[in-house]
Write a protein that binds this ligand. Structure first.
Ligand SMILES: Nc1ncnc2c1ncn2[C@@H]1O[C@H](COP(=O)(O)OP(=O)(O)OP(=O)(O)O)[C@@H](O)[C@H]1O
Ligand SMILES: [Mg+2]
Length: 332
């Protein structure tokens, strides 16, 4: 059962298990308590619990009869106007067989539906309100046509705060008997940016690579070099030690399996963190742009990146001679 996705394995089943999104959870719990709800629009970034909240709401409302009263159409299903006229309508018009008078239909990624399909959906929502409540999930509520928006209660999901992501990762790691380092988890949290699905997926991928999840395994999984490694390479070059810088470069290419453009992109973001004169920074950014262009044109990765490092090293000797001149001037 190694293949089971942790995002599914650890997906909450009840509203009480949802992390964060407190205001939303309390509004949804209130629907359960009162046994009634409006059509809903769940909007917000990926991996923040929209689909999960729909499932949990249905579980809490329908209990054992969940299967009879809940349907989810996700992004992989066809979602043109025909589906709205057939599948959606078919489900929506049939009376509920549970003690709750309505059923729930979740339409994932509703913002990818065509305008025509949305218009058709609007009529279906109106016609079958007695037997079915709709939950539309989307990343951007602005892409949902106004008449649908005005018929739905809006719930805005927000990225999960760092401490909640860490808490969730800790719990899973414990349950899976996984060794993690603080740096490893911190890196996952940084990369995931409040997307819990992404965080859990990285943890699972890293765990399948090695027994412990450390900063290094995480960077390998996400196809990025550790910023400190890139930083070190640049520092060697800037100190004029071209050979050392080139060794570091080779390590990055091999150890992390990065492409030339990946490394160029990381160098580009590191350049802004280097303590160097503005003039040097500008010249570096120009050189990085040239390297990027040559790589796109099909230039050899190692040759082009070495050339970039050589350029940095040459810059450094310019600095040094400027500095030396300065020192001699002072000495005089
Ligand atoms: N608030 C949350 N509480 C607990 N688990 C969560 C939460 N948000 C996300 N997850 C975890 O991440 C996975 C993905 O969440 P979910 O499918 O609800 O995201 P989503 O908001 O619908 O994203 P998308 O916009 O990509 O559809 C879930 O299976 C669950 O494991
Ligand atoms: Mg979803």
């Amino acid at each position: 059962m190694e293949a089971a996705l942790w995002t599914e394995k650890y997906r909450p089943k009840s509203l009480s298990d949802i992390m964060d999104q407190e205001e939303i959870v309390s509004r949804l719990k209130d629907f359960v308590k009162r046994g009634t709800m409006p059509h809903c629009l769940f909007a917000g970034p990926p991996g923040t619990g929209k689909t999960t909240a729909g499932l949990c709401l249905a579980h809490d409302l329908f209990g054992e009869r969940f299967q009879d009263a809940f349907k989810e159409l996700n992004a992989s299903d066809e979602r043109g106007i025909d589906v709205v006229r057939t599948t959606v309508k078919e489900f929506a018009r049939m009376a509920s067989l549970t003690s709750v008078p309505f059923k729930i239909l979740v339409l994932d990624e509703a913002d990818n539906m065509t305008g025509d399909a949305q218009s058709a959906l609007r009529r279906t929502m109106e016609n079958y309100t007695n037997t079915c409540r709709f939950i539309l999930c989307c990343n951007y509520s602005g892409r949902i046509i106004e008449p649908i928006q005005s018929r739905c209660a809006l719930f805005r999901f927000t990225p999960l705060p760092e401490e909640k992501v860490v808490e969730s990762l800790h719990r899973i790691a414990k349950n899976e008997n996984l060794k993690t380092t603080e740096g490893g988890l911190k890196t996952i949290v940084e990369v995931a940016e409040g997307d819990l699905r992404k965080a859990i997926n990285i943890l699972q991928a890293a765990s399948s690579m090695s027994k412990g999840v450390s900063e290094e395994t995480v960077y390998q999984v996400v196809g990025r070099a550790r910023p400190t490694d890139v930083h070190e390479m640049l520092n060697h070059a800037l100190k004029g030690d071209f050979l050392k810088a080139r060794d570091e470069l080779r390590t990055l290419l091999v150890k992390y399996g990065l492409s030339g453009s990946d490394i160029v992109r990381q160098i580009h973001s590191e350049v802004f963190r280097l303590a160097i004169p503005e003039k040097t920074r500008i010249s570096l950014i120009e050189a990085i742009g040239d390297t990027d262009f040559r790589l796109v044109q099909g230039g050899d990765e190692e040759v082009q990146l070495s050339a970039l490092l050589a350029h940095l090293a040459a810059q450094s000797s310019v600095h040094r001679s400027v500095r030396e001149e300065h020192v001699t001037a002072l000495d005089r």
